[in-house]
Design a protein around this ligand. Structure first.
Ligand code: 5AD
Ligand code: FES
Length: 352
């Protein structure tokens, strides 16, 4: 089958064999415009031109892990560490609410300070003061008991990128203390506990090949996440991958299109990393099929300290400025940011 025909098959059957995904990835350059067109066509009846926003609150830059790509890795002695107080987190959420955000994403490194005993009241507090909002957690790997308690406290969604669906590749990106099996165990637990689950990966991470990417696509096809966060790898100067090249915006956009075609209902962010590698990266992401933006609500005083990678966008902007900037950018390309929790729309839902 030609790559063009494979793309049509993906649009019809929403599934391809591993080899098919690999051929599509290898034909990225030629197929990207057609893939973007099919992606927009798949999204239109479900989400129209609506783009959802999530307010990202980076609650801690402490991390006990040592992922080789990440600036927050514990071996990075140069990283400035901080953690927000419960009060600061609530203030960020209140400000976000005033700006029209109806989802708060609490993200942080794997910080032992944030025990269940501390997180449960925090999640409860957020859900009590903003009952019309969704709370998303993105706090790394935790035990099933912990996921259970946080879900019972009211957390609606959990983001945990799988990072790569190839076990050997996973091993090259992470220290020995971390395991691919535990990552997958977490994703399964989250699913069973009825979270809306987000997985995802970096595009252009060191040692990535068309084969590992094909496995990522097959995994996303089968796991059927409600969300999928993909963004280019961006080197951080104080990591072992400092001199590796950044991932490409073009390939990221193409993969966004393929994921949209495979799962028309999925929530797909145009990430800050995509905006970092290309000036209009987020707009290009939306035109390729993304329908979520996750601007920062963290206090300005800590913005620069949550440094996953170099040259991160929006570290000097107030939340209100980002909101206004995104509104303008998205309107300019014919889309519209909406104030809505932006829940996953199940198979047959259409825009009212
Ligand atoms: N470049 C791009 N993305 C990164 N992440 C971590 N480090 C980097 C980097 N150097 C992503 C990981 C993680 C998410 C929070 O940020 O995929 O899951
Ligand atoms: Fe932050 Fe544009 S989105 S300034």
């Amino acid at each position: 089958m030609t790559p063009e025909a494979l793309l049509d098959t993906l649009a019809e059957r929403r599934s391809l064999p591993l080899e098919g995904y690999r051929s599509l990835i290898e034909a990225a350059e030629a197929l990207a415009p057609r893939a973007a067109e099919l992606a927009r066509k798949a999204r239109e009846p479900i989400y129209g031109n609506r783009v959802f926003i999530r307010g990202l609150i980076e609650i801690s830059s402490f991390c006990k892990n040592d992922c080789l790509y990440c600036g927050l890795r514990r071996s990075n002695a140069g990283a400035e560490r901080y953690r927000l107080t419960e009060e600061e987190i609530m203030e960020c959420a209140d400000e976000g609410y005033r700006l029209g955000f109806r989802t708060f994403v609490l993200q942080g490194g794997e910080d032992a300070y944030f025990t269940d005993e501390r997180l449960v009241p925090l999640v409860r507090g957020l859900k009590t003061s903003h009952p019309d909002c969704a709370v998303t957690l993105s706090l790394g790997e935790r035990s099933r008991e912990s996921f259970t308690k946080l879900r019972e406290a009211g957390a609606d969604r959990y983001l945990l990128r799988h990072e790569t669906a190839d076990g050997a590749h996973y091993g090259k990106l992470h220290p020995e203390s971390m395991s691919f099996e535990n990552r997958m165990r977490c994703l399964r637990d989250l699913r069973e506990l009825r979270y809306q689950v987000g997985c995802g990966f970096m595009v252009g991470s060191p040692f990535q090949t068309s084969e590992t990417l094909a496995k990522d696509l097959k995994f996303i096809e089968e796991f059927r996440p409600e969300m999928c966060g993909i963004g280019p790898f961006v080197p951080h100067h104080a990591t072992p991958f400092a001199s590796c090249p950044a991932g490409s915006a073009d390939l990221t956009c193409y993969l966004l299109s393929l994921i949209r075609i495979m799962h028309p209902n999925i929530l797909l962010p145009a990430t800050t990393a995509l905006g970092t590698v290309a000036g209009n990266g987020r707009e290009r992401g939306v035109l390729a099929g993304a329908n979520v933006l996750m601007p920062n609500l963290s206090p300005l005083s800590v913005r620069k300290k949550y440094e996953l990678y170099d040259n991160k966008l929006c570290t000097g902007e107030e939340a209100a400025e980002c909101r206004a900037c995104l509104d303008r950018r998205i309107r300019n390309i014919g889309y519209e940011i909406v104030t809505d929790r932006g829940d996953f729309k199940s198979a047959n839902a259409v825009v009212q």
